[in-house]
Ligand binder design. Structure first.
Ligand code: SF4
Length: 326
């Protein structure tokens, strides 16, 4: 998890466990960097999203460890609680890469682990709160499963886990590879990327219909995901080899630097700048989206804000996915 995400998770955990208001900690230093307005705003949006759906009484458990059945691994559930309308499992994402709740296997793993020794409740709500990734439907995505649907998905998950024990496990590359720690060494992913390369360098093909254009756009989007996953895996492999002294031909290892950040509380930095006669305190208004995330009702914001069209783009519709299978 990136440092920003870790800071935000610390704020969320402290709110749900100890009731500490994130805003009261603005500017404080943590071992992962200072707490900024961005962290506070994101976690406030998470708190509001949860409180809007919580019955106000049921105990909430933050940052609970969960064993994933059949895997020698554990997960950490950001927040869970059970109330009359079912089990709620929340995952807060501070990053900008859009993540859906529907068929989210990370959340399914958490649910399967959380319910391993319990009967399945009347509904399971798997929720993502992602305030920094723009979605016209808002930052909260909830996938609600009936007990029957949950049992079917649990079966698929356990079967997939069992299949990984096969001496020759079948691997299917896809966007999920981006989060796989084995992506640098995975043959199936390497083969899929090679197939993409062949396709791109060999294609003398002009799509003849809207259907063909749409299909090729989908393939290219998926290819981009595969290449990104493979590249980040190879980069990790190259860094590991380089640490052991093996040269990586054509490449050198250089430090990655973050943006320049204050390492003291923000108020202290501002006081120091005052000594130089410069006021560095921002007095900017929140953007309309930030205002909604901060709790201003959408009707009020929408009455005094708007968008301007500056051309047209494409948005993925809900169509069947096609993946390279290596
Ligand atoms: S990199 Fe290979 S093993 Fe990892 S998820 Fe992708 S296909 Fe599966």
């Amino acid at each position: 998890m990136a440092a920003d995400g870790e800071v935000a998770h610390i704020l969320a955990e402290d709110y749900f466990k100890f009731g500490i208001d994130p805003a009261s900690r603005l500017g404080q230093a943590t071992k992962r960097g200072p707490i900024t307005e961005d962290h506070v705003r994101g976690v406030q949006a998470f708190i509001r999203a949860v409180n809007d759906r919580w019955d106000g009484l049921s105990p909430r458990m933050a940052e609970t460890r969960v064993d994933i059945p059949g895997l020698q691994s554990k997960g950490r559930i950001d927040l869970k609680y059970q109330q009359a309308d079912g089990l709620w499992i929340w995952d807060y994402k501070h990053g900008r890469t859009w993540v859906d709740a529907v068929e989210n296997w990370q959340l399914l793993c958490y649910a399967v682990g959380a319910l391993e020794h319990y009967s399945v409740p009347g509904a399971i709500h798997l929720c993502i709160c992602q305030p920094n990734s723009f979605d016209p439907d808002g930052p909260v995505k909830v996938w609600t499963l009936t007990p029957g649907e949950f049992v079917i998905y649990r079966g698929r998950l356990l079967a997939a886990i069992a299949a990984t024990k096969d001496p020759e496990p079948r691997t299917t590359p896809g966007p999920h590879c981006l989060w796989c720690s084995g992506r640098g060494a995975c043959r199936a992913l390497g083969a899929a990327v090679a197939a993409v390369f062949d396709y791109l360098t060999g294609a003398e093909y002009v799509p003849a219909s809207g259907a063909a254009v749409g299909l090729e756009l989908s393939i290219l989007d998926q290819a981009a995901d595969l290449i990104k996953a493979r590249r980040s895996g190879l980069e990790a492999d190259a860094l590991a080899r380089s640490r052991k002294g093996e040269p990586i031909v054509g490449w050198e290892v250089v430090p990655k630097m973050s943006n320049l950040n204050w390492t003291v509380p923000l108020s202290q930095a501002a006081d120091l700048a005052d000594l130089a006669g410069v006021n560095i305190r921002k007095e900017a208004l929140l953007t309309p989206l930030q205002a909604m995330a901060a709790g201003v009702p959408a009707e009020i914001v929408e009455a005094v804000s708007g968008r301007e069209s500056y051309g047209f783009g494409l948005k993925k519709s809900k169509s069947p996915e096609v993946f390279f299978n290596g």
